[in-house]
Structures are given as structure tokens and as C-alpha cells.
Design a protein around this ligand. Structure first.
Ligand SMILES: Cc1cc2nc3c(=O)[nH]c(=O)nc-3n(C[C@H](O)[C@H](O)[C@H](O)COP(=O)(O)O)c2cc1C
Length: 209
């Protein structure tokens, strides 16, 4: 039987993207996000208006989308309650966020220079997409922006490429999936995310230990 349910959250399971963007001081900011989808060489990103990444993308018109494999779950989770923005919104303060200007160090990830855009790539991510911002508009009553980017160069590790082709091997590529604020890989639960704790999400994974 189906029931009418006023769902509060619609995060049904999407790959985690670590978005690199350039801060006003020229350093690279890094932020996890998962409201992303692709069509052809276009990607659409749903980003909160207040995040540092949103400001950086609109100001500079550049980004790198680093696709996180499930093996990076701990690194991604270390970024979950951090912002590159020195000013925190009331909501972020209440959910336990703090300002962190050095996201690569905080996550234990390695910056790798990009070729066509300014922000660094994440060395540990087997798929890295250098992008230019094409357009953006307000969504969700103005609380967020839908940012359209164009992939201008894709870097793919041999480890996830179908040998001798220009295709990603779907059996070798195991994306980290964000599903209702918890992390999954290969359909299996991996780790309860800190984000879920902040949001007080029900039906969560048990924390290890
Ligand atoms: C796995 C994961 C997925 C997230 N997905 C999104 C998202 O799709 N859109 C968004 O605006 N924030 C998302 N967030 C929250 C941002 O990472 C958070 O707002 C962060 O502070 C942004 O960093 P920045 O302010 O340095 O850009 C996600 C966080 C995690 C841990």
C-alpha cells in the first residue's frame, strides 16, 4: 500500500562529487556535494546559495568535479562539516560547521594542478572533470542555485578505464553514493555521515565502535 507522505528529504542516492573552486585569495576550496547530474558534456550542480563553492563558481566561472570512489569515504566525511567561508550562516553554526581554509589538508587529500582551469584537482579521485560555468539560476525559493557547467577536459585513471577505449569501466568504477545523508558503496552501507548527524536523520546507519 502507498501512503501520501510529506517527505522532508529527497536524497535517493547520487554520486559524491568533490568540487574544487578558487577562493578570492587564489587557494583551492574543496567541498563535497551530491546534487549533481550529467547529460552529454553538461553537468547540473545544485548548491546552497551560502556555500563558499557557490560564490567561487559564480565569481570565477571555473570548477573541477572530482568524482569520489567509495574508498575515499573517510576523507569525504572529514569535509562534511567544514566550510571555506569565513562567515557561517545561523543554520551552519547550529549544525556544527566550522570554517576551514585548508580543505585538502583537513581531508588528507593531495592537490594536483589542473590543465585548463585554476582550481587544483584531487589526485586520489580517478575521475576529474575540468569545467567552465555556463549559466546559473535560483532554485528552491532562492535558497540554492542550479549551476550549469560544461566539461572541457576529463582525466580518467587507467584503473577505471576500459582498456584501449575512451569509456569508464562500470565494473571497475565504484562511486561513493550519498543516500539520505549516509554513505554507500556497491549498494552496501559504508559509514553514517556527519551530515546526517547534524540533520538528525532517522533510519541511520549505526556508527562503528
Ligand atoms: C556527501 C555530501 C553531499 C553534499 N551534497 C551537497 C549538495 O548537493 N549541495 C549542497 O549545497 N551542499 C551539499 N553538501 C554540503 C556542503 O558540502 C556544505 O555546505 C559545505 O559547507 C560546502 O563547503 P563550502 O562552503 O566550502 O563550499 C554535501 C555534503 C556532504 C558531506
Amino acid at each position: 500500500m502507498h501512503r501520501v507522505v510529506p517527505l522532508k528529504v529527497h536524497y535517493y542516492g547520487t554520486p559524491v562529487v568533490l568540487v574544487s573552486s578558487t577562493n578570492p585569495d587564489g587557494t583551492t576550496n574543496l567541498a563535497p556535494m551530491s546534487s549533481a547530474w550529467w547529460l552529454g558534456q553538461t553537468a547540473m550542480l545544485g548548491l546552497a546559495r551560502s556555500s563558499r563553492t557557490t560564490h567561487n563558481l559564480v565569481r570565477t566561472g571555473e570548477a573541477v568535479l572530482n568524482l569520489a570512489p567509495s574508498t575515499l569515504v573517510d576523507h569525504v566525511d572529514r569535509l562534511a562539516l567544514l566550510t571555506g567561508s569565513p562567515e557561517l550562516s545561523g543554520h551552519k553554526r547550529a549544525t556544527g560547521y566550522r570554517h576551514e581554509p585548508r580543505k585538502f589538508e583537513a581531508a588528507g587529500l593531495t592537490p594536483q594542478p589542473s590543465e585548463l582551469v585554476t582550481p587544483d584537482r584531487v589526485l586520489e579521485c580517478p575521475i576529474q572533470l575540468e569545467c567552465r560555468v555556463v549559466d546559473h539560476h535560483e532554485v528552491d525559493s532562492g535558497s540554492a542555485l542550479a549551476i550549469q557547467v560544461s566539461v572541457i577536459r576529463a582525466h580518467v585513471s587507467d584503473a577505471v578505464r576500459l582498456y584501449g577505449t575512451t569509456y569508464v569501466d562500470p565494473q571497475a568504477w565504484d562511486p561513493l553514493i550519498m543516500k539520505f545523508c549516509d554513505f554507500f558503496g556497491a549498494g552496501e552501507p559504508l559509514l553514517p555521515s556527519r551530515l546526517a548527524a547534524g540533520w538528525e536523520m532517522p533510519g541511520r546507519l549505526e556508527a562503528a565502535g
